[in-house]
Design a protein around this ligand. Structure first.
Ligand code: ADP
Ligand code: MG
Length: 149
């Protein structure tokens, strides 16, 4: 049982705003958001838009490729944790504070969540971005826990 919505965006800004709008409707903390999609699909753009809804400066949001996780404090008393699993294997996850963080505090946004293997967390929001060519992207948002659909 899950609800699914599919959008097509035609620019970086449109993806940014879609994520921002989605984030504005979030009522549930802690929250884990999984992002899937090829390199250059727009996962980081999506995270920027999402985090901006909580007052985080999008220029501060970058894929934590070398730091493994970035923490962005919000004005709401919780942090946003930005993971990117592109370069790490499931066995590295314990060094990231994965278990204590994902789904336990604040909002976790996880790029390449499909690489978490056996540590795949229970995500409440699943974002799948597909490159359609040029600046066009198909963005599928699913809510695995939803009773609708
Ligand atoms: P990922 O994190 O998935 O590897 P990024 O978000 O870092 O991808 O990069 C996406 C790139 O594609 C950016 O340079 C962005 O400006 C560009 N882009 C072009 N059109 C779009 C779109 N419709 N949505 C998101 N990004 C887009
Ligand atoms: Mg990225």
């Amino acid at each position: 049982m899950s609800e699914k919505k599919i959008y097509t965006t035609k620019s970086t800004e449109e993806t940014f705003r879609l994520a921002q709008d989605l984030a504005r409707g979030i009522g549930q903390i802690p929250l884990a958001v999984g992002l899937v999609g090829d390199l250059g699909a727009g996962k980081t753009v999506f995270v920027k838009g999402f985090a901006s809804a909580f007052g985080v400066d999008p220029d501060q949001v970058n894929s934590p490729t070398f730091t493994l996780v970035n923490e962005y404090p919000t004005l709401k008393g919780f942090s946003i944790y930005h993971f990117d699993l592109y370069r790490i294997g499931p066995s590295d996850l314990y060094t990231l504070g994965w278990e204590e963080t994902v789904g336990r505090k604040g909002i976790s946004l996880i790029e390449w969540v499909d690489r978490a293997g056996e540590y795949l967390p229970e995500v409440s929001l699943w974002i799948n971005i597909r490159h359609l060519g040029g600046d066009e992207r198909e963005i599928e948002i699913s809510f695995p826990g939803s009773s609708i659909g």
